[in-house]
Ligand binder design. Structure first.
Ligand code: GLY
Ligand code: MN
Length: 467
């Protein structure tokens, strides 16, 4: 699998970025190695996604700089020395790396401070994005003499908005790549479905599917969630033995060698057959997902799609007797959030939660669509109007979270819409989430990839019972 696009793509992206930002200097810091437990023993290197988008290079210790006013682009970094070659093997020079992505000027890292000092003394605006890693915070603190704690507020809103505008709309090369890597997500999830038998440890399956991701030249796009306690939304514990009739929630994705993500969730019955109670809740989640995805098209705010899914859940849960009263009024009051306390989805691309480092509100909201303060809806990461080329996840879920049930019951929250006696019969149910990755097209949407991970009840049961 390739690790970068053609040079022309990076040239065009930087050109578009310069046009949007209009003037000044853009500084994009690449990431450096991060130690795990002693300096030379590092976490697997992950490049910063915005640096990657505009400069395409996956090596640590680089910085990209675009001098818009003078029409010049620079790559800062240090050539390796003989010691590095002995331990890490031969590497391209900074000049050769720059050439690969169409950058004409190079300089060693120590020249960056000098360059920025001259620029700022000359009264020029230097645009940077908020750093999220300690190493880059320290570096920017030193480069700009701004305390690390203030870097976020001093970051360039113009640059953030320009990057969000460009990265939100995936081009045909990105879409082709995102389509292609869905096969790996399919392989990971179908392996998990087939392995989910009583007596197997969660960690055995988690390790196996992470191994699948690695065997395809990448890794996982976020730490695997694979648990019989799906009511904990981001549960990273994998220590339990699978028990017959438990639900197993698997939320996992592949990150390609180019650092693009997949993100799917399936919830399956250990032993291969849903109980009646599980089947009923599962079908409500699936109906909500189907209603939501059928409505996705350009021009519609994703918040409305979220509310469609939530409304469908309120109808289903009322029919089942877990909620009561008018489902529309329950939805307006936010009563469904006892069961569905998170947002329908997020953008996805170079990050599984795309561009979240730039600020969730810049990615998911705008002047028109502002974040709600209502419990549940407030967690919606992405709410603004959809456009062709956007890639989003749709991931409704129903969870029975004992601590939340107790809190609402004690505080009588939305008690006119919740049948707490019935809800308490589900205290040990766990949680169900179903998630796929969706491309917004000119007229509607489609699932990414060619293969659909089993999702209908009959399909899941049939795959589990025939393996
Ligand atoms: N798949 C994990 C998440 O979307 O938060
Ligand atoms: Mn997701």
């Amino acid at each position: 699998m390739e690790t970068m696009f053609q040079k022309q793509i990076y040239l065009e992206r930087r050109q578009k970025l310069s046009e949007r930002v209009e003037s000044g200097i853009i500084l994009l810091m690449g990431n450096v190695e991060a130690p795990m437990n002693y300096p030379a023993n590092t976490f697997s290197f992950r490049q910063d996604s915005s640096f990657l988008y505009f400069f395409g290079l996956q090596l640590p210790g680089l910085a990209g700089l675009i001098d818009i006013d003078n029409g010049k682009t620079y790559l800062f970094g240090n050539d390796i020395d003989i010691d590095d070659i002995i331990w890490m093997g031969p590497q391209l020079s900074i000049y050769e790396l720059a050439e690969k992505v169409g950058v004409e000027n190079t300089a060693s890292s120590d020249k960056l401070q000098e360059f920025l000092k001259d620029a700022s003394e000359g009264g020029r605006k230097i645009h940077f994005i908020p750093p999220y890693r300690a190493e880059n915070k320290l570096m920017l603190e030193q480069l700009f003499s701004i305390p690390a704690a203030s870097l976020k507020e001093k970051a360039s809103v113009g640059l953030i908005k320009a990057i969000v505008a460009l990265r939100s709309t995936k081009d045909k090369y990105e879409i082709a790549h995102l389509d292609e890597i869905q096969d790996i997500g399919f392989e990971m999830h179908t392996a998990a479905i087939k392995m989910a038998k009583p007596g197997v440890y969660e960690r055995t399956i988690a390790g196996y599917i992470e191994g699948i991701a690695m065997s395809h030249g990448g890794g996982v796009s976020f730490p695997v969630i694979l648990t019989q306690h799906g009511e904990t939304l981001h549960n990273h514990e994998h220590g339990n033995l699978l028990q017959h009739n438990n639900l197993l929630l698997v939320d996992a994705g592949f990150e390609s060698a180019m650092c693009y993500a997949t993100d799917h969730t399936r919830t399956i019955p250990v032993g291969g057959k849903f109980t009646q109670k599980q089947r009923e809740i599962y079908q409500i989640v699936l109906n909500a997902k189907n209603v939501a995805t059928a409505a996705i098209k350009p021009g519609i705010p994703y918040k409305n799609i979220h509310l469609l899914a939530a409304g469908q859940m309120a109808i289903g849960l009322t029919e089942l007797g877990l909620m009561k009263g008018d489902p529309k009024e329950a939805l307006a009051a936010g009563a469904h959030a006892l069961f569905f306390p998170h947002g329908l989805g997020h953008m996805m691309g170079l990050d599984v939660h795309d561009m979240e480092d730039l600020g969730e509100n810049y990615v998911g909201y705008d002047e028109e669509i502002q974040r709600s303060e209502q419990f549940g809806l407030a967690y919606l990461r992405f709410a603004r109007k959809l456009q062709p080329g956007f890639v989003v996840t749709a991931e409704p879920g129903i969870y029975f979270i004992p601590a939340l049930i107790d809190k609402w019951q004690n505080e009588k929250t939305n008690e006119q819409f919740i049948n707490f006696d019935k809800v308490n019969e589900y205290r040990n149910f766990g949680g169900i989430r179903l998630e796929d990755d969706i491309l917004v097209t000119e007229t509607g949407c489609r699932l990414l990839g060619k293969k659909i991970i089993p999702i209908d009840i009959e399909n899941i049961e049939s795959v589990m019972q025939n393996c």
